[in-house]
Design a protein around this ligand. Structure first.
Ligand code: NAD
Length: 540
């Protein structure tokens, strides 16, 4: 079989769907692998490494894809790109199908069979293939690191001859995979950590990581988890009670990291403008749900903004792409683990079992039609249902709003522009970008697709994954330490932090063109009182 990997076309996507490691393993399975030149460059995987692993480097995407039986991808490719692949070729990767039914239909009509890895059931057997978990874990880590970069104070308590520095207080909202890793990371940095979630199972996990659990634990809370382990949408009454509780808590926090998501729906709004206004100057809020509409009322997806009362809100999108090397390594292993199951173990023959539960759960298109029950009706009808409001990630980048048009917070005084770490990459250039920014806007006037049904995973499976995530957090603690040590390019915080300047919202939210081959902005420039905090996330 010929396996092809091309450079990601989505604006700002830094990841790649195969690494030299997985290429070696695919070749050992009896395949040939073709990689478009430069496909791994932004994730620090040079062509030479792929070549050394046995891959063929193709000058163009067309050459790489010609005759391919399997195409691996991070993001859903355009159907137009796949003209030269083998008949019925399998395209495997993240497909972001909700709200993109038209594009999925186009893929179906091009004759390829598409596997949406985000639909992988959360059962023990498939944990190794779970792209949502592998990427969310890194996002949770990076979210706290991003907060630390913006924070003007130290995270840990320090007792020095000159006096004691009090530890930072960090609050994590949503204790799923990203949230648990955020808790573990903030703890490692020395913060006093608390967390909330609507799922009762989260309480023990938060506490096992040394966090304090804060939640309205009423009857609705006890029923808030689906069989698949995901949160259910909460009632307005519950959300009101939750808001009262968290409002008091947030007012005392230095760092808030929000990660709350409901599959297939807009992210719940958990942090209001009033809550932000209650926070002390210098506080930092990281909205890891920014791609899906955000948990924070004032989040500007893809931007870092500072409110008039001095609270910095980080709304980076494609946060895993900020760790392109690690994210690609895990993503590529997720893909390999799934694709390997499509080969006969003894004969090494490519033989897809279309009745396998993993294939059935993830198969979007086959034989010219959209076959996945979650989107088949809408897609095959040729309709383009509106993307759920939450999936801002695929919407165009927000236009800079005039100060007056900003949220109420901004009306009182302009938000400061947020600096997104512009800077020197570890290796080659890597733009940061909100992958979603290039996706089409939702069609107006159509009903958003319904959320996906619970995955086949039962509570036991979900719980297994949860504990896995928790222990992953702990284990990653060790790894995190090593990781920090392995990042010599990271400058001391004082030097790395951008300075904030009172820049009007309109100026601040102006998004620069995404870099193409520009250096990956991993670190902010040296702090300078004169410089506005206005370096938007490049490409994100
Ligand atoms: P997610 O990304 O869908 O959501 C993130 C978190 O936000 C969840 O914990 C959710 O409960 C929480 N949330 C939603 N609404 C909220 C609100 N109003 N207030 C506060 N929090 C809110 O979730 P996830 O990270 O995918 O994890 C969901 C569950 O699945 C977790 O228990 C996780 O450990 C488990 N899991 C299982 C497996 C497996 O293979 N079995 C794999 C990964 C994750």
């Amino acid at each position: 079989m010929k396996i092809a990997i091309v450079r990601e076309r989505t604006e700002g996507e830094t990841r790649v769907a195969a690494t030299p490691e997985t290429v070696t393993r695919f070749i050992a399975l009896g395949n040939t692998v073709a990689i478009e030149a430069g496909a791994g460059a932004l994730a620090r995987f040079p062509d030479a490494d792929y070549q050394a692993a046995g891959a063929t480097i193709a000058a163009t995407a067309e050459a790489a894809l010609k005759g391919a039986d399997i195409v691996l991808t991070v993001r859903r490719p355009d159907a137009g790109l796949l003209g030269g692949v083998a008949k019925g070729a399998l395209v495997v990767g993240g497909m972001d199908p909700y709200g993109n039914e038209k594009q999925v239909l186009a893929l179906a009509q091009s004759g390829v069979a598409v596997i949406a890895m985000e639909f992988m059931p959360r059962i023990t057997r498939a944990q190794v293939m779970d792209i949502l978990s592998s990427q969310a874990n890194l996002a949770g880590y990076q979210g706290v690191i991003d907060a630390a970069v913006q924070f003007d104070r130290a995270f840990p308590m320090m007792m020095t001859a000159a006096g004691t520095v009090r530890p930072a207080k960090a609050f994590v909202m949503g204790a799923g995979v990203a949230g648990l890793q955020a808790i573990a990371t903030a703890k490692r940095l020395g913060a006093i950590v608390s967390a909330t979630d609507v799922r009762p199972a989260a309480k023990e996990q938060v506490e096992s990581l040394g966090g304090k659990f804060i939640a309205v634990e009423d009857e609705e809370f006890k029923q808030a988890e689906t069989a698949a382990g995901y949160a259910k949408p909460m009632s307005a009454e519950y959300q009101a009670k939750q808001a009262v509780l968290t409002a008091q808590h947030i007012a005392k926090q230095d760092i808030v990291v929000t990660t709350a998501l409901i599959p297939g729906r807009p992210a719940p709004k958990l942090v209001s403008k009033a809550m932000i206004e209650s926070m002390a100057p210098g506080s930092v809020v990281v909205d890891l749900a920014a791609e899906r509409g955000g948990n924070v009322e004032l989040t500007v997806p893809g931007q870092v903004v500072t409110t008039p009362n001095g609270v910095t809100i980080i709304g980076y999108t494609n946060v895993p792409g900020r760790l392109a090397t690690s994210a690609s390594q895990l993503f590529a292993r997720n893909l390999y683990a799934f694709v390997e199951t499509l080969f006969d173990k003894k004969t090494k023959a490519f033989a897809v079992n279309w009745d396998d539960e993993l294939v059935k759960a993830t198969l979007l298109t086959r034989d010219g039609s959209v076959v996945h029950p979650n989107i088949a009706a809408a897609a095959n009808a040729g309709a383009a249902p509106a993307k759920p409001e939450a999936q801002v990630k695929t919407a165009p980048a927000p236009k800079p709003a005039p100060a007056k048009a900003e949220t109420a917070v901004a009306a009182a005084a302009p938000l400061k522009t947020g600096a997104q770490k512009p800077t020197a990459p570890k290796k080659p250039a890597a733009p940061k970008a909100a992958s979603a920014d290039v996706s089409p806007a939702p069609a107006a006037g159509v009903t958003p697709p319904s959320p996906p049904p619970p995955s086949p995973a039962g509570d036991a499976g979900a719980a297994g994954g949860a504990s896995g995530a928790a222990s992953g957090g702990v284990a990653a603690g060790t790894a995190g330490g090593a990781g920090s040590a392995a990042k010599p390019q990271a400058r001391p915080k004082a030097a790395a932090k951008p300075t904030t300047a009172k820049t009007p919202v309109a100026a601040k939210t102006t998004k620069p063109a995404a870099p193409t081959d520009a250096a990956k902005p991993k670190r902010a420039p040296a702090k300078s009182k004169a410089a506005p905090k206005s370096t938007p996330e490049t490409g994100a």
